[in-house]
Design a protein around this ligand. Sequence first.
Ligand code: GLY
Length: 395
Amino acid sequence: MNYSFKLAAIAVLIACSLSAAAQKDMRMLIKNDEAFAASQYKLLMKNVPAGKMPQNYDPAKDQLVVSGTDWWTSGFYPGALWLIYKATNDTAILAEAKRKLIVEEKIKYYTGNHDIGFMIFCSFGNAYAITKDPGYKEVILTAAETATKRYRPGMQAIQSWNKSTKFNAPVIIDNMMNLELLEWASRNGGSKRLAGIAENHANTTLKNHFRPDGSSYHAVDYDTATGAVIKKVTHQGYADESAWARGQAWGLYGYTMMYRFTKKTEYLAQAHKIAGFILTHPNLPADKVPYWDFNAPDIPAAPRDVSAGAVIASALLELAQYSNKEQKAVYTSNAADMIRSMSTTYKSQPGGSKGFILTQSVGHLPGKSEVNVSLSYADYYYLEALDRYKSWVLK
Ligand code: GLY
């Protein structure tokens, strides 16, 4: 921990000892936002056709975009419904959550890219954690086996996207998130091989994706036979050498989650390093919701990415569980700042955003797609952060 980080930790520790009122405010914020989420999602469910999932809402066009189940975000809406049901016991939300799992189930055989972990673990993983229904577990175990079809032994990694004019065999930092499916399955009735693949992938990513300051490249392209790195570039970030905000968020969450399962200290050390990069970055705004890229050239006019803020808040709350007292205070207080910002500045109007909870995320700015919109995964990780704060901080 560097000197300024240490001073911040001490300041936060002092503030925390005075903060019973702040904890009461957080309890109230969480309760209000859970109720708000239920009422928004009852609106959203009316706007989404039976076989589709909500993907985004663009306020500039007043348009809700829905997707099929093979789009990478398809698991977040059912996952968010399960999280809202867990918080509120609302039976209308439960009924929609069950309906959408029936739609999503076929994705357990999906091999088109690496995203099966997002799609199945965020949906069926939450459903199983809440209900313990063995049918849901079967879906998770099948999906984990499917995920291994993209494992390339020569690369010691799971290939993210198929070969294209731009890439040979790319692995993106986002792929760390898919490892939760493999690690969980391996420890809950699936093969030991699943965890081996996940750890090989995490080790390869640790070796090739990170810069000395703890930030990561978005995409590393490989030779499948030898595992040699062909190039390190961006796809959704500002530049090859920039720090795309959601990529940093996926890395932080991914290595924290991998430590949860494996207790490997190199994963924990990387998670702390990424957290340090994010929290001490001069371009992290005062409200702690990042710009879409830490190196966006038009900061402070650059768009924020609330989805990155939500993923980071949720990940920091888990990392705090594996931290000493000073680090825990810093991570928890930063996560609380992010939650408070999202709950105020970046929250939809009641009945607004066609039913999404949050506003102002960025999907793919260089592709001119999903800029300043509501996104299903921003809502999902926000709900997860609220659940984690309630369970781990307020207790
Ligand atoms: N995994 C795709 C994204 O974060 O946009």
